[in-house]
Design a protein around this ligand. Structure first.
Ligand code: DAT
Ligand code: MG
Length: 151
């Protein structure tokens, strides 16, 4: 079985506000491994597919408009427990409820501008990676610090 992966995305507000380096740093220094990375202007049909489970919500249209309002940084992060851990690093959906020290807790004030996305299950991680990345964009490599992170 393959290692656990999460689809993490810096949303257009995070890119515009200059938070790209800050956000990548938090995953990098935690010890997860970057397996894919691109700056990407999202087509509307992809944004709709990504959030299709929310299609019946009143905010769905605004959510799609927000996601396509500028480039995103699309990432694949890999590691044991990465899905749940990434959600902890990101913080609660509503930034005012997100703990200080989390990305949303530190950098956002509104649910409609909450800076970053992280998959909510390993299954959805794989689904989302399949939506956002071509197979040739996923890089296989070994992070040299692995023996310093894991016994
Ligand atoms: P999360 O992004 O924490 O996984 P989600 O999957 O429930 O949260 O919702 C996806 C995004 O939709 C979320 O990041 C922001 C937006 N959203 C969720 N609930 C909302 C609400 N009540 N009003 C406006 N936007 C909302
Ligand atoms: Mg979600």
């Amino acid at each position: 079985i393959r290692a656990e992966r999460s689809y993490v995305m810096i949303k257009p507000d995070g890119v515009q506000r200059g938070l790209v380096g800050e956000i990548i740093t938090r995953f990098e220094r935690k010890g997860f491994q970057l397996k894919g990375l691109k700056l990407f202007q999202t087509p509307e049909d992809l944004a709709k597919e990504h959030y299709k489970d929310l299609a019946s919500k009143p905010f769905y249209g605004k959510l799609v408009d927000y996601i396509i309002s500028g480039p995103v940084v699309a990432m694949i992060w890999e590691g044991d427990g990465v899905v749940a851990s990434a959600r902890k690093l990101i913080g609660a959906t509503n930034p005012l409820a997100a703990e200080p020290g989390t990305i949303r807790g530190d950098f956002a004030v509104e649910v409609g501008r909450n800076v970053v996305h992280g998959s909510d299950s390993p299954e959805n991680g794989e689904r989302e990676i399949g939506l956002w990345f071509e197979e040739t964009e996923v890089v296989e490599w070994t992070r040299d610090m692995t023996p310093w992170l894991k016994e």
